[in-house]
Design a protein around this ligand. Structure first.
Ligand SMILES: C[S@@+](CC[C@H](N)C(=O)[O-])C[C@H]1O[C@@H](n2cnc3c(N)ncnc32)[C@H](O)[C@@H]1O
Length: 315
C-alpha cells in the first residue's frame, strides 16, 4: 500500500507555531521528529546509489542516463520515496529490484520518462504514409488473403501519435471496403497508456489537428467535460493500447506493415538502438516501412533496411 505524504495543516503557520511543529522534544528531553517533518528532510543520493539506479534503468528499460542526470533523477525519485514513506534511495532500490510483479519498476519508469508528444507531430511522415507507403503496401499485398494492415506505434505516449495515424488513414478512404486497419500502440509507462485509452484531451492539445479532421473525428465535451475533447469511437476502435517494454521480446505473431518508433530511441545507447532496430526488422513484413524521429538516425548502426528518405526506412 502506498503511503500518502501529507503536510500537516500547522506546517504552514508562521513563527513559533511552525517551529514547534518541526521539532518536538519528548518528556525525556530526547529529540523526536514529527513524521511529516521527517518526510520533508532532504534525502541524499550518493554517486554509488545513482550508479545503482542507472544500472537498473539501463538493464530493465534500455534508458541510458548520463552522469549529469543525477539531480534530475534525485528530484523525480525523491517524490516517490516520500510517497512511499521510504528513508533513503538504497531502501527504494531494494524495493524495486525485489518486486517480481514489475509494478514498482513501472512506477519508477513513469517518473523518469519524458512523454512529450502532440497530435500530427512530424506530419511529413503522415503525408508520406498516405501518398507512398500505403499505396505501395496495398499493391504488394493485392493477392494476399489476409486483409488487415497492421501498424505499430512503439513508444506511443498518451496516444496522440496512433490517433493521428488512424485519423489520417481513415480520412483517405483506403479502408472503406476491402482493407481493415489495426493499430497496436504500446508504451512502457502505464500513466500515459491510461490517458491514451480514454482518448480524452484538454482543448489546448488539439491546436495541431487539421480543422477538417478535428470536426470529423473529435467530440466536444459539454457541462463538466467542457474544455475537453474526445477522439470518436470510430477512430478509437482501430487502436489497441498495451504496455510493452521495448527491451523485452515482442508479442506479435503476424508481420507488421508499418512501424512508427519516433523520439524513443534517443534515450538508448547505440548498441541498444542497434538491437532494437534489428528486432523491428524481423517483425516487419517484406516491403514494410519504419519511421523514426526527425532528430534520430540509423547512422553508425548495422542494419539491412533500405534507406528511403531521411527518417524513413524500408525492409
Ligand atoms: C517522447 S515520447 C514519444 C512519443 C511519440 N512517439 C512521439 O513521437 O510523439 C517517448 C516515449 O517512449 C517511451 N519509452 C521510453 N523507453 C521505453 C521502453 N524501453 N519501452 C517502451 N517505451 C519506452 C516513454 O514512456 C515515452 O512515452
Amino acid at each position: 500500500m502506498m503511503m500518502q505524504t501529507r503536510t500537516s495543516p500547522t506546517f504552514s503557520m508562521s513563527g513559533g507555531a511552525a517551529g514547534r511543529c518541526q521539532e518536538e522534544r519528548s518528556r525525556h528531553g530526547k529529540r523526536t521528529i514529527n513524521p511529516s517533518t521527517r518526510n520533508r528532510e532532504k534525502i541524499l543520493l550518493s554517486s554509488h546509489e545513482f550508479q545503482l539506479f542507472r544500472d537498473l534503468i539501463k538493464q530493465r528499460a534500455g534508458i541510458a542516463l548520463s552522469e549529469d542526470k543525477i539531480e534530475l533523477l534525485k528530484a523525480r525519485l525523491t517524490k516517490i520515496l516520500r510517497r512511499k514513506g521510504l528513508r533513503n534511495f538504497r531502501e527504494y532500490h531494494k524495493v524495486v529490484s525485489m518486486d517480481a510483479s514489475g509494478a514498482e519498476l513501472s512506477d519508477l519508469l513513469d517518473a523518469i520518462t519524458t512523454n512529450l508528444t502532440s497530435f500530427f507531430r512530424e506530419s511529413k511522415h503522415l503525408d508520406f504514409l498516405t501518398r507512398k507507403a500505403m499505396p505501395d503496401i496495398m499493391i504488394r499485398r493485392r493477392r494476399d488473403t489476409d486483409r488487415t494492415i497492421r501498424i505499430w506505434s512503439a513508444g506511443c505516449s498518451s496516444g496522440e501519435e496512433p490517433y493521428s495515424i488512424a485519423m489520417t488513414l481513415l480520412d483517405t478512404g483506403f479502408f472503406s471496403s476491402v482493407w481493415r486497419l489495426s493499430i497496436s500502440a504500446t508504451d512502457l509507462c502505464t500513466d500515459v497508456l491510461a490517458k491514451a485509452e480514454k482518448g480524452i484531451y484538454e482543448h489546448d492539445r488539439i491546436s495541431t489537428v487539421p480543422p477538417p479532421l478535428l470536426k470529423k473525428f473529435f467530440k466536444k465535451g459539454i457541462n463538466r467535460a467542457s474544455g475537453f475533447v474526445r477522439v470518436k469511437r470510430e477512430i478509437r476502435q482501430h487502436v489497441c493500447f498495451s504496455r510493452l517494454n521495448l527491451m523485452e521480446a515482442f508479442p506479435w505473431r503476424e508481420p507488421i506493415d508499418v512501424i512508427f518508433c519516433r523520439n524513443v530511441m534517443i534515450y538508448f545507447d547505440k548498441s541498444t538502438q542497434e538491437r532494437l532496430i534489428n528486432q523491428f526488422y524481423r517483425h516487419l513484413r517484406d516491403g514494410g516501412y519504419l519511421f523514426i524521429g526527425h532528430s534520430e538516425s540509423l547512422t553508425g548502426i548495422r542494419h539491412n533496411y533500405r534507406y528511403v528518405c531521411p527518417t524513413v526506412y524500408q525492409k
